[in-house]
Design a protein around this ligand. Structure first.
Ligand code: FE2
Length: 279
C-alpha cells in the first residue's frame, strides 16, 4: 500500500503550508518528518494527506508530549494515538525528547529540562522501557535545549544521555543546533559532547536555526542553520558518516525551495563524509 519506509539522506520537516506543493510537484526529498502532535490535532495534516504523502515518501514521527521525564502517570491515551498513527502509516521511527512536559497533570506545552541525577535518569529509563514495550519498537530520544541548569545535577549531559541509551535500550536523535545553543548559553563544550556520543545509538540528526536574543540564544527553529552549527554537523558526520538528517524549521516558515536548499547543503556535507572527504 505504501512505498518504502527506509530512511537515508537528508529530509525536511513536513509543515502544513507545504503539503499541497509537495503532493502536486512530488519533489525529490529523501524523507519527511511529521510532528505527531500536529497530526493528532484538528487543523493538522489530514489522514488523506498523510496517506498520499506516505505513498511517495518515507516518514518519521516526532513527538513532544510523551513527557518521559515526568513523574505523572504516562498518558496511555496519547500513546495509543501515537501507536495507531505509526502502525496505520508504516512510520519508520518515532522520536521524542529528553525532558518533561507535564507536572501535576498540567501540560506545560514546552520541553522542560531534567536535572542530571541518578533519580531522574532511573525514572526516565523506566518510562522509556514501558513506552517501547507498548509500541513494540525502540524510540529515539533527543537532547533538548536547557535555559537553566540544576545545582544538584551529579552527572554530565553526555553521561546522562549515554546511560539512558544503554539502560533503556533506546536510540538517540542528536540535535546539533541544540548542543550549540547550550554551549553558547551555558559554556559547555559541544565538540567534547559530540566526541563522546554513543554513535551506534544515533539514528537521526536535527539541524535548525536559532534566534539570537542578545544575551542568550533561543532554539526558535526560525532561521537558516548557522555556520558554527554546520561545522559541528560536519564533525559529527565525519565521526559516523551517513547519519540521516532532518532540517527543522517551524517559525517564520520559508518557501519549500529554501528548506530544500538547507537539506541539500546538509546532503553535500554528508556525501563528503561518506566519501572520505572527497569533494
Ligand atoms: Fe530537534
Amino acid at each position: 500500500m505504501f512505498g518504502s519506509n527506509k530512511i537515508s539522506g537528508t529530509g525536511i520537516g513536513l509543515r502544513t503550508p507545504h503539503i499541497q506543493q509537495i503532493l502536486t510537484e512530488q519533489p525529490d526529498i529523501p524523507w519527511l518528518e511529521i510532528l505527531a502532535d500536529n497530526h493528532l490535532c484538528t487543523g493538522g495534516i489530514t489522514p488523506a494527506h498523510l496517506h498520499a504523502i506516505r505513498e511517495r515518501y518515507p516518514v518519521t514521527m516526532h513527538c513532544v508530549s510523551m513527557s518521559l521525564g515526568a513523574t505523572d502517570p504516562i498518558d496511555w491515551d496519547y500513546m495509543a494515538q501515537i501507536k495507531r498513527v505509526a502502525n496505520t502509516y508504516d512510520i519508520s521511527w518515532i522520536s521524542d525528547h529528553i525532558c518533561f512536559t507535564s507536572a501535576g497533570n498540567r501540560h506545560a506545552h514546552d520541553l522542560l529540562p531534567l536535572p542530571y541525577t541518578e533519580e531522574a535518569l532511573t525514572n526516565l529509563i523506566e518510562r522509556t522501557k514501558q513506552v517501547q514495550d507498548y509500541l513494540g519498537r525502540r524510540i529515539l530520544l533527543e537532547n533538548a535545549t536547557n535555559y537553566i541548569e540544576f545545582n544538584h545535577s551529579t552527572l554530565t549531559e553526555i553521561e546522562f544521555i549515554s546511560e539512558l541509551a544503554k539502560q533503556a535500550d533506546c536510540d538517540l536523535l542528536f540535535d546539533v543546533n541544540n548542543v550549540y545553543v547550550n554551549q553558547q548559553n551555558h559554556g559547555i563544550d559541544a565538540v567534547n559532547i559530540i566526541n563522546q556520543l554513543p554513535l551506534e545509538r544515533i539514528k537521526e540528526i536535527h539541524l535548525a536555526g536559532f534566534d539570537d536574543r542578545g544575551d542568550y540564544l533561543l532554539d526558535a527553529h526560525n532561521n537558516k542553520v548557522a555556520d558554527p552549527v554546520w561545522q559541528l554537523y560536519q564533525q559529527l558526520q565525519q565521526r559516523k558518516p551517513g547519519i540521516p538528517t532532518q532540517i527543522e524549521w517551524d517559525n517564520d516558515l520559508p518557501d519549500l525551495a529554501t528548506l530544500m536548499g538547507e537539506a541539500a547543503k546538509a546532503q553535500k556535507i554528508m556525501n563528503q563524509a561518506v566519501n572520505g572527504g572527497e569533494k
